[in-house]
Design a protein around this ligand. Structure first.
Ligand code: FMN
Length: 372
């Protein structure tokens, strides 16, 4: 357990000397190994967990200790749930998992842009497939809510044509919903040629949900959408979800490519040589604008929860998203730059911000007008 400060001053420079994907694999492996011992898990929990009743909340009826979760992509196959479940998160989302195993895109497929605290990712959803993840979840369930993020298998043997796409999601859904507190459907993996544009044809979202309805969903389902500032499109998606009572919320994925809205100091020509989508601070404002629009559409007190990830690395960042309407907030890139202590730092900071603004519970701050 690196003490606060040590990660950024000593450990991160070492990790950043490695190729980004190797550094990630190493971190995940160490988390997996250390999480196997109940003693290390206990030590981690003591170091990281913040217990504060003001932070307790619910996500689509699921009770959570706090509103900060780990975003999909960090632990694609649910290998490190032991340690990740002890790091203070209110929930951990694993995946994206597909019906069949997939190797993803060719390497290199992960890049850092430290000056902007960003990551460029073009993994193409490599994962071990739903059956392997199911076996892992059968063997261990952490003391924290687990979301399973599903995506269509990304390989040439499984082209993105209807109805095969729906069958692919249905196969992993049927296998994994029993082991999840919620299921997120990744409808827009920005790096998977197979998925990129399939759901731009919105009636296909309806067709997918029809297919999943036949799997008797008994956990809340979150739709992770391709980001768009087109309120008409978002409204149409919400109207489709209205027809499927098991849809309990929405999340916003990274935009594909390098849209002009990204906040960057890194030269665009150099960025263009890095294939993939940008995560971290450069997407924060873009995602926040979409979050605000989505909240305006669903309104307060709606049946839909909003999950927001994109550039969170401080309590203020997380709080801004909550005030814009997010029920829960997720983090990935911020963890890479700030280390595991960022979870505790964000949560203690959030409690302070709630107190400053006179909110008794975090849910009271969700969508509350005024300061963001
Ligand atoms: C390296 C990396 C891999 C990711 N893999 C997935 C994935 O498999 N499925 C998914 O739905 N989102 C994936 N994401 C997106 C994250 O879940 C999250 O929505 C996004 O990175 C924004 O949060 P951040 O700015 O805190 O990183 C990935 C992001 C990164 C940086």
């Amino acid at each position: 357990m690196p003490p606060q400060g040590l990660y950024e001053s000593a450990l991160r420079p070492l990790l950043f000397r490695l190729d980004p994907e190797r550094a990630h694999d190493l971190t995940l492996r160490l988390s997996e190994l250390s999480g196997r011992s109940s003693l290390t898990r206990r030590v981690a929990r003591r170091a990281y967990v913040v217990r504060d009743p003001r932070l307790r909340t619910t996500l689509a009826g699921i009770p959570l200790d706090n509103p900060l979760g780990l975003a999909a992509g960090f632990d694609k196959n649910g290998r490190a749930l032991g340690m990740l479940g002890a790091m203070g998160f209110g929930h951990v989302e694993i995946g994206s998992v597909s019906a069949w195993p997939s190797d993803g895109n060719p390497r290199p497929r992960l890049f850092r842009i430290p000056q902007d605290r960003g990551i460029v990712v073009s993994y193409g959803v490599p994962n071990e497939g739903a059956a392997a993840v199911r076996r892992r979840l059968d063997a261990y369930r952490p003391p924290v809510a687990v979301g399973v993020n599903l995506v269509k298998t990304n390989d040439r043997a499984h082209p993105a044509v209807a109805p095969d796409v729906y069958e692919d999601y249905a196969a992993s859904f049927a296998l994994l919903q029993d082991r999840a507190d919620y299921v997120a459907l990744n409808l827009s993996c920005p790096n998977s040629a197979a998925d990129r544009d399939f759901f731009d044809d919105l009636p296909r979202i309806d067709a997918l949900l029809e297919r999943l309805a036949a799997c008797s969903p008994h956990v809340p389902v979150i739709l992770k959408l391709k980001p768009t500032r087109d309120a008409g499109v978002l409204r149409e998606i919400v109207a489709i979800a209205d027809g499927h009572p098991f849809v309990a919320g929405f999340a916003i994925n990274l935009p594909a490519g390098k849209p002009p809205e990204l906040n960057l100091t890194f030269p665009r020509e150099a960025l263009a040589r890095m294939p993939g989508a940008v995560g971290g601070r450069p997407v924060e404002e873009y995602v926040n604008a979409i979050l605000a629009t989505l909240y305006e559409i669903v309104g307060p007190g709606s049946r839909y929860a909003l999950m927001a990830a994109g550039g969170v690395s401080t309590a203020e960042d997380a709080y801004r998203k909550l005030r814009l309407g997010a029920t829960v907030v997720q983090i990935y890139t911020g963890l890479v730059y700030r280390g595991p202590h960022v979870v505790k730092e964000i949560l203690t900071g959030l409690a302070r911000l709630l107190e400053r603004d006179g909110f008794e519970r975090v849910a009271d701050a969700v969508g509350a007008p005024g300061r963001t």
